[in-house]
Design a binder for this molecule. Structure first.
Ligand code: TYM
Length: 332
């Protein structure tokens, strides 16, 4: 590309995109495409660490491309692609596996959580998943990786792997920084505000494609706090439910916590919850409508991911050739 700083991120099409994915990283991506050379992908290879229904996976991957575009990622201005279309990711991942320590992977909190959740399927892919993610990142030599809080540890291990490799072979990889938004980086479940919002906790999760009435219902039922004060005040440790709703409202409207406290002063939670629901429904409405419109044009979506795979492969293969040479593989 053209000497601008590089940015890269991905989301797994393992479920429908939700408000955490949107308010954490995704909503910031469109602002970045003007300033950076950006690569955004559907991390389909990552999804099969947990069993997937093949037809559903295909459908969700296509929907996710449409959603990326609907959120403002103009495919003319950034590279949108499907991870499995660029084999260099898995090729680099093998090399990096040999520069990653068992003990490092064993410390990953997400591995511990997921292996507890899927005790019947603790496969090697689940364990080495951060290495594939490191390959996804390092292969594009990015400066920044915008993610939510829960992926910070994976970006850190990626940096460690890059530094270890560079320590042996010289400056092969740029060592990227995680980019984590101040508001929205950890959206919690609406009905269990001590756990992160995720698609597996369905009732506490708001999906991008949900209808306004379903969104409103979920917000009206959102768990608030059982303190006696019953006022809208930002205090995550004491009032996790209300603080989470404030975080969502702040991210959706751009208001500060002080603004929100003033807006609902003396009003209890009864007015606050539907106001958050409405702000979210209004934020998501144009995205849902545009996604639906785009999904009707499969030929266009195919043309986007084909062109994206081509551009991404060009950049990825360049790094892969360099790595292969450094470790001592003879050129074909
Ligand atoms: P994934 O698919 O679980 O989530 C995608 C992005 O959404 C963020 N996120 C959240 N942010 C705020 N609140 C939440 N409740 C919430 N839930 C999810 C995640 O932090 C992430 O930024 N391994 C990655 C995908 C991936 C990737 C990469 C990301 C694969 N390769 C390379 C960046 C660079 C993952 O599983 O994210």
């Amino acid at each position: 590309m053209d000497g601008k700083k590089v940015m890269l991120s991905g989301i797994q099409p393992s479920g429908d995109l939700h408000l955490g994915n949107y308010l954490g990283p995704l909503r910031h991506w469109p602002e970045m495409i003007e300033e950076f050379d950006c690569y955004f992908f559907m991390a389909d290879l990552h999804t099969i660490t947990v069993r997937q229904d093949p037809a559903q996976l295909r459908k969700r991957t296509l929907t996710q491309i449409a959603q990326y575009i609907a959120c403002g990622l103009d495919p003319e201005k950034c590279v949108l692609f499907v991870q499995s279309h660029v084999p260099a990711h898995t090729q680099l991942s093998w090399v990096l596996n040999c520069y990653t320590m068992f003990g490092e992977l064993n410390r990953m909190t997400q591995f511990k959580d997921k292996s507890a959740k899927h005790a019947e399927n603790v496969n090697a892919g689940l364990f080495t998943y951060p290495v594939l993610m490191a390959a996804d990142i390092l292969i594009y030599q990015p400066d920044f990786v915008p993610v939510g809080e829960d992926q910070k540890q994976h970006v850190e291990i990626c940096r460690d792997i890059a530094e270890r490799f560079n320590g042996v072979y010289g400056d092969v990889f740029r060592v990227p920084e995680p980019y984590i938004a101040k508001v929205g980086a950890r959206i919690m479940s609406l009905n269990t505000p001590d756990t992160k919002m995720s698609k597996s906790l369905h009732e506490g999760c708001v999906f991008l494609m949900e209808k306004p009435e379903d969104i409103m219902r979920k917000f009206k039922r959102a768990v608030t706090d059982s303190d006696t004060e019953r006022c809208v005040r930002y205090a995550p440790a004491e009032k996790p439910g209300v603080s989470n709703l404030m975080q969502i409202y702040a991210a959706a409207t751009g208001k500060t916590y002080e603004d929100i406290e003033a807006e609902f002063a003396g009003q209890g939670y009864g007015k606050f919850k539907p106001a958050v629901g409405e702000a979210v429904a209004e934020t998501l409405r144009p995205i849902r409508e545009e996604t639906e419109r785009l999904l009707a044009d499969k030929a266009y979506l195919e043309s986007v991911y084909r062109a994206g795979a081509e551009k991404a492969s060009y950049a990825a293969e360049k790094t892969l050739r360099k790595v292969y040479k450094k470790v001592g593989f003879i050129a074909r």
